[in-house]
Design a protein around this ligand. Sequence first.
Ligand code: 1CP
Length: 345
Amino acid sequence: MNDRDSLLLKALKRENLTTPPIWYMRQAGRYMPEYRNIRKKFKNFLDMCKNPEVCCELAMQPLNAFELDAAILFSDILTIPDAMGLGVTFEENKGPIFKNPIKSVVDINNIGPFNPDDLSYVYQAVTNIRNTIPENIPLIGFCGSPWTLAAYSIEGKSSKEFNKTKKFIAENIDEVHLFLSKLTDACFLYLRKQVQAGANVIQIFDSWANLLNKKDLQTFSLNYINSLILALKQDSITSDIPIILFSRDPKCDDNTLIETTADCISLYWSMENFNLDLAKGKTAIQGNLNPKVLLESKETIRNETYKLLDKFKNFPGYIFNLGHGITPDINPEKIKYLTDIVRDY
Ligand code: 1CP
């Protein structure tokens, strides 16, 4: 692809731009009527993800509606545990359910080597999207962080506190580390295949970083994210691909995130005091309007957005995004409005 005029790739190289690139986490999803029309044809959400033509159509929906500066692969982070045999399903309006969650040390030892070719439906979706979007629009591939994938796999579902997971870790530390290593290797192979299939940027979602205290965050999450980033940076296929790290409300120093060597830190909406002076020249920044603002009036949306844009005006390498995904209760017109006012700023 030709990156001369790609705003996102420029921002990821920390160029100071007059208009930031714009894309949204969960830009494809239930808030769009076009999405719901297709979604209702599939009982299990993952069956929809296993259809590359449908994934391509879904990834195109927000681009067609809002002329965004990036596409994101339509898939889910739980494809890896599903491929590892944990049997992931998503029933109507419920979160993920694992048929075979990790219940014991034996389950961890029994996980065979991850075969990235089991997820060829994902790479086919990547190629279809890459072949459909304009040349100057980058395609973001993604994976969950090893920690976030482990938390779902042990809990067997989503949860507020993940207490089962915390108990399991306390009782089986060594095996949990083995599991996290297996997941890290899987993420690397998976992302490399996404890049070979046409992904131009990678985002790692550490959506459950917020569960861990400072020390555990380092031990169970950041150490594995660092290994993953290092492996990607050392591999000839992925070394030039910029990496964005989204860590949900992590209890660590800002510098610890910057030192991950991710090319960009995606800030959760509550991270409004993140030290931009520390980050300057080291990482790009993405974020971080609170998605809840989009439930407010246009005036409030404009005020909050312009406050954020004022803050990032002189930051070299800024990408406009929300501080977490678009929720199903957001009116698509608000996304259109938001995109327009960022470009008019
Ligand atoms: O029924 C439905 O329609 C399912 C809703 C849905 C969608 C649209 C799920 C279920 N996943 C997705 C797509 C998805 N998931 C994308 C691509 C779409 C896009 O961004 O445009 C991406 C990047 C994800 C990543 C993902 N899945 C994350 C990380 C981002 C985040 O929100 O923190 C997580 C945590 C998941 C797990 C997941 N997938 C779906 C659900 C309901 C959940 C559980 C969320 C929870 O635990 O609360």
